[in-house]
Design a protein around this ligand. Sequence first.
Ligand SMILES: NC(=O)c1ccc[n+]([C@@H]2O[C@H](COP(=O)([O-])OP(=O)(O)OC[C@H]3O[C@@H](n4cnc5c(N)ncnc54)[C@H](OP(=O)(O)O)[C@@H]3O)[C@@H](O)[C@H]2O)c1
Length: 332
Amino acid sequence: MYTPDPNRYDHAQYNRCGKSGLLLPAISLGLWHNFGDTESFENGRKIIRSAFDRGVTHFDLANNYGVPPGSAEENFGKILRKDFPGYLRDELIISSKAGWRMWPGPYGEFNSRKYLVASLDQSLKRMGVDYVDIFYSHRPDPETPVEETMMALDSIVRSGKALYAGISSYDAAESARAFEILKSLGTPCLIHQPKYSMLDRWVEDGLLDTLEQYGVGCIVFSPLAQGLLSGKYLNGIPEDSRAKNPTGFLKESEVTERRIKQMRALNEIAAARGQSLSQMAIAWLLKDGRVTSVLVGVSREEQLLDNLGALNNLKFDTDELLAIEGVLAEKF
Ligand SMILES: NC(=O)c1ccc[n+]([C@@H]2O[C@H](COP(=O)([O-])OP(=O)(O)OC[C@H]3O[C@@H](n4cnc5c(N)ncnc54)[C@H](OP(=O)(O)O)[C@@H]3O)[C@@H](O)[C@H]2O)c1
């Protein structure tokens, strides 16, 4: 029987999500990898309990997470039923998304109202919950009018099946258009979920400014570049890594000699700060006040604890920032 740590909120850090009323933990947990049917259920359960015990209130899912797709939501639902009795639902922020391929045929992907509404209903059933806190359009759709997608998000929020609306991976111009439509419908966009790490900085080219302008929060995904920025690959590719996992999205070919040298140089800067590389990579993202939360994935509890340790040192001096920029710019 799991009893949450009564002191779980004492040392946790929460940030306001844009100009909304919602606070999110500075570090949130994503269930993309490591929670499907091909992974250990008990390991996933341990990670979720450990996160909640440390004030991580936000768990991020999507219809297609896990192998097979949908199994992460099913397993998360089982964990909720086993460990999080009804009254704890009010202490959790659960998100889901639709946009990527989930079922065959013309209504199983992208952004039509037909797909988004049906997919959310399936997600609620898989998790066994009455509502999600945040429902996202998972990716922009070049064919569906953005008005239709935003009207679907607005009506989903009005139906009570989601409390807030979000978008993911929309560029700055697409985001501004979506925010305007949602605002006009009376359901302001809560949050944007873009990819952002030291190795992928596209959001710095306009998106973060747009989010600030519209008062929309930002939760960044793959902050450790799927593990490259964790120190895991400093000495090559371990067997128990995402890069070696045939169903993992990180490819072995991405772990190049150049990348390893670069990670070693970053690791030295982190060590001088008294941090692990993953802690520095997370702190580096949180130094920007426009970033509400950093959404990590972990395959074991030790990684979660390591990552949460980032919150002990979020400040960088100018020399450290310049040293990091130097390493990121260097041709190894
Ligand atoms: N909106 C979208 O389109 C989208 C896309 C992708 C992800 N996401 C969300 O973002 C979440 C995070 O993405 P991500 O899993 O790519 O994040 P990530 O934090 O960049 O990578 C997670 C992986 O890094 C390794 N790792 C993490 N912490 C570590 C540590 N302290 N020491 C050593 N290795 C460590 C683990 O890999 P090993 O498995 O090798 O141990 C872990 O599975 C997802 O779960 C999902 O919720 C959203």
